[in-house]
Design a protein around this ligand. Structure first.
Ligand code: PLP
Length: 434
């Protein structure tokens, strides 16, 4: 199958090139020329499959022979080695808990799949020497990416994070690893970190001396495995014979998870509509309401993984759905501020006994406002509440226990390189390690 750039459909690449580069040379995002539609019989039989069996079958179908079967089988079985429970809350709505992976955020599946696929390509290309992964983070991406590549020979990961905007638990998840992971504390904002990485990808000298790869959700390899979430939720309901008109509410930042949902729909998953939910960084919400896409500087919120002022995957959403009218037909958009997030967490915890993390809370609230009678609503739960332990304890005035998976990082020693907010310093640091 061929992939083309969202800036120019004449510019094509094979899967390997799309994944190894991340971004097309013209600055566009890679999208498949066409996604195959799953046979109806496959959908009917899915409920007899395990998560891993289903994930492999769908990934093999979506990637159509671009990765050898045995290789893809190993990658999928390693990426999906934890549970994804579908929980019914007292309100009758569902929460799909995507946070039981190694770093307890939904990104674990996508980043592990990408890391293992890149590793396979690397072993076929000894001339690549070292693969350098650059990733700016407000918390979750950095931990998921760093843990996915940690200890992989021939790979170095650079995580850039804003000095004052990443909490202790999240920082410990990538900054205690050491080895092939370098944590860089930038004296600046998240947008500054993002801009340093973008400059590195544009710098000709740097790119002639080192092989740089983006691990952000602009990388197509992260989107493919995330489709499985949506199929898995559907099969869970099928097992209970509860599949009605299905509505998914997705907490959105760079729109990667939402794009995966749209891809699953295009492959034949019956979904009535999606709900995109943002925090006060409501760029996509404004687009849906006005038809105009206007990026803005990122504002910090209590749902830090939703803090994006320029949703990277917007071009893919447009590529998949086409016109603004069609986007509005398939996606209802919502946006909530910090006070609404706090109120939702408190209300849901006291009335229904379910503890939502701030990211999941926006999706859960939107379901309550958007669902029509007869529809089945599923909110995607993208992070474990304990990742923001101190904040959550403030909100519900009760202790929130730290799962062992998170506690194990806190005991470790931090290895952090402090850096001023300037490209010269970043370039020097990269070249010194090349
Ligand atoms: C990354 C992230 C999101 C947003 O996902 P996108 O694919 O960037 O839209 C939502 N919630 C959590 C907890 C995240 O880490």
């Amino acid at each position: 199958m061929l992939y083309h750039s969202t800036n120019n459909n004449q510019h094509t690449a094979r899967l390997e090139q799309a994944v190894a580069k991340g971004l097309a040379p013209d600055g566009g995002l890679y999208v498949p020329d066409s996604l195959p539609r799953l046979p109806k019989a496959f959908l009917r039989n899915m409920s007899a499959m395990t998560l891993q069996e289903m994930a492999y079958a769908i990934a093999a179908f979506a990637l159509k022979g671009d990765v050898p079967e045995d290789v893809l089988h190993d990658i999928v079985y390693s990426a999906f080695d934890f549970e994804i429970p579908l929980v019914k809350t007292a309100s009758g709505n569902y929460v799909l808990e995507l946070f039981h992976g190694p770093t307890m955020a939904f990104k674990d599946v996508g980043t592990r799949f990408m890391a293992l696929l890149l590793n396979y390509y690397r072993t076929r290309h000894p001339e690549w020497k070292t693969l350098n992964i650059l990733v700016p983070t407000s918390g979750d991406t950095g931990s998921a990416v760093a843990n996915s590549f940690w200890g992989m020979p021939g790979v170095r990961v650079y995580v850039l994070y804003p000095r004052d905007a990443v909490n202790k638990i999240q920082k410990s998840q990538f900054a205690t690893l050491g080895g092939n992971v370098t944590a860089i504390e930038v004296n600046g904002t998240f947008d500054d970190c993002k801009s340093l990485v973008e400059k590195a990808f544009m710098d000709l000298e740097l790119n002639s001396l080192m092989r740089l790869t983006s691990a952000m959700s602009i990388n197509y390899a992260r989107l493919v495995p995330q489709m499985i979430y949506y199929f898995w939720a559907y099969t869970q309901l099928m097992r209970q014979q509860k599949v009605g008109d299905l509505v998914f509410a997705v907490p959105c930042s760079n729109l990667g998870n939402l794009t995966s949902g749209l891809m699953a729909h295009q492959m034949g998953l019956p979904v009535k509509r999606f709900i995109s939910v943002e925090n006060q960084n409501n760029i996509f919400y404004n687009y849906v309401k006005t038809g105009v896409f206007t990026p803005k500087p990122t504002q910090y919120s209590i749902a830090p993984a939703l803090d994006a002022g320029c949703p990277n995957n917007f071009a893919r959403v447009v590529d998949l759905l086409g016109s603004h009218d069609n986007i509005c037909r398939h996606i209802h958009a919502y946006s909530y501020d910090d006070n609404q997030i706090i109120e939702t967490i408190q209300r849901t915890y006291s009335n229904e006994g379910y503890l939502l993390d701030p990211h999941t809370a926006v999706a859960y609230r939107a379901l309550g406002e958007d669902l029509q009678p007869g529809e089945t609503g599923i909110a995607l739960a993208t992070a474990h509440p304990a990742k923001l332990k101190a904040l959550m304890e403030d909100i519900i005035s009760e202790p929130v226990p730290l799962p062992a998976q998170l506690a194990r990082f806190l005991g470790g020693q931090l290895h952090v390189v402090k850096m001023p907010n300037g490209f010269t310093a970043f370039k020097r640091l990269l070249l010194d390690n090349a």
